[in-house]
Design a protein. Structure first.
Length: 149
């Protein structure tokens, strides 16, 4: 990775997002909690959710990740309240496709993932970028299952 590539990858906007992650912390009495870890870099994200009528009404995240993982968690935190599990799963799948195949940016409200497009070329960063949205999708599924059980 050249110095120019690193500068592009760690743009000012990515660093701004990483420095200001919404909903940091943990929820008291969440409907579900999921912890995800990237084995490649050791980044971890723990997500707590609360659902009402199929929508995320409470959300918190504990993020211990690189700047790219933090920026992705920032996008998730800014967009997730009021979303359905279907929207979150669609955003996860679209982000995967964007990173792996150069696919389109996830739809609003998760279109902030566009800032991470320069990371497409860096496959070793993909797992960290996906942590927050994957944990959120899994937490929503777990919360839904516990509500219907």
């Amino acid at each position: 990775m050249s110095e120019t590539d690193l500068i592009k990858l760690y743009s000012g906007r990515i660093l701004e997002l990483a420095a200001d992650i919404p909903h940091l912390g943990r929820l008291d009495h969440p409907d579900a909690s999921i912890k995800k870890r990237s084995p490649l870099c050791g980044s971890t994200v723990t997500v707590d959710v609360g659902l009402e009528n199929g929508k995320v009404t409470r959300f918190a995240q504990d993020v211990k990740a690189c700047a790219l993982g933090q920026a992705a968690a920032s996008v998730v935190g800014a967009a997730i309240l009021g979303c359905t599990e279907t929207q979150i799963v669609a955003a996860r799948d679209a982000l995967r496709a964007m990173l792996k195949d150069g696919g389109p940016t996830p739809a609003a409200p998760f279109d902030g993932f566009e800032v991470l497009r320069p990371a497409i070329a860096y496959k070793n960063r993909h797992a960290s970028i996906l942590l927050a949205i994957e944990a959120s999708a899994e937490a929503c599924a777990k919360a839904r299952e516990s509500h219907t059980a």
